[in-house]
Design a protein around this ligand. Sequence first.
Ligand code: C2E
Ligand code: MG
Ligand code: MG
Ligand code: MG
Length: 297
Amino acid sequence: SAKLSGKGRFEVFNETMDKKTTARLDLELDLRRAVKSGEMSVHYQPVVRLNTGELSGLEALARWEHPVRGTVSPAEFIPLAEETGLIHQIGAHVLESACARLVDWQTRYPGCGDLRMSVNLSVRQLQNPDLVEEVQAILSRTGVDPKDVVLEITESMVMQEAEGTGPGLGTLGRLKDLGLSLAVDDFGTGYSSLSQLRRFPVDVLKIDRSFVDGLGRAPEDRAIVETVVKLADALDLEVVAEGIETPEQLGRLKQLGCALGQGYLFSRPLPAGETERLLAADRSPGPDYLKRSRSGG
Ligand code: C2E
Ligand code: MG
Ligand code: MG
Ligand code: MG
């Protein structure tokens, strides 16, 4: 009977694996179609000046509006897009959409002239030898001011580049030469050294959400955030805190001298239409929380 149940478990396991493989294959076929049929959209999350609550920029985040599954998270489809190479098309689509939107919004809404747009770049995109030319083409097609564009790369990508072992082989430097800025995303998770950061032409450090999450609970997280803010100051870099969800976290970040941040406390990533309404109304997201605190309530 022990053998029987053992065999039973094995078959169940196999069936699960088959279902997984089939589901993944379905998703891959769907993704190929999605890229062509306009199911890829871009949402925008406000980045705010923590002292005033004023909007300083937007981060473009890819969204897949699947006809049956609904919205598929980038955590699910970006890794698949990287494996299948579809990331090149998706990345170009997100960059072009975001740049075109920015130009449109800057033109139509006075006061948005200095608004910046951040776009995430995958390590696979850096391996594309035509990346710099493609980015340049997008900049000139959309007419965006390159100094309003920030490309976000993960800390591990920066390290590989700084060591000269990265797939991009100088690509990041050539991107900077186009006049845009570079941000290190998820900073604090990748153990980069001071000298690597100094040698590398980055402009912005984004403190990973996991450290912001622990602010007020874990003394180590406070120490890490404090250190990153000081480091950014010393290297003359901007610093953005990710994933601010509570007024307590906001208060502590302000105490520690962090200038910029984003998170659900201010706003979730918004579809273009809602982003536009925010820009048209006033430049401060998070109407509930921030307006209450501004009017002293
Ligand atoms: P990321 O670049 O670090 O983006 C921040 C993520 O944190 C976003 O998740 C955002 O929705 C989420 N977030 C923002 N504020 C909060 C908060 O207060 N609390 C919590 N819990 N989460 C918050 P999203 O949109 O699901 O994207 C996940 C990751 O997928 C991104 O992390 C980025 O690495 C990747 N990604 C998204 N769009 C693109 C893209 O167009 N290209 C590439 N290569 N990667 C992308
Ligand atoms: Mg400008
Ligand atoms: Mg990012
Ligand atoms: Mg991040």
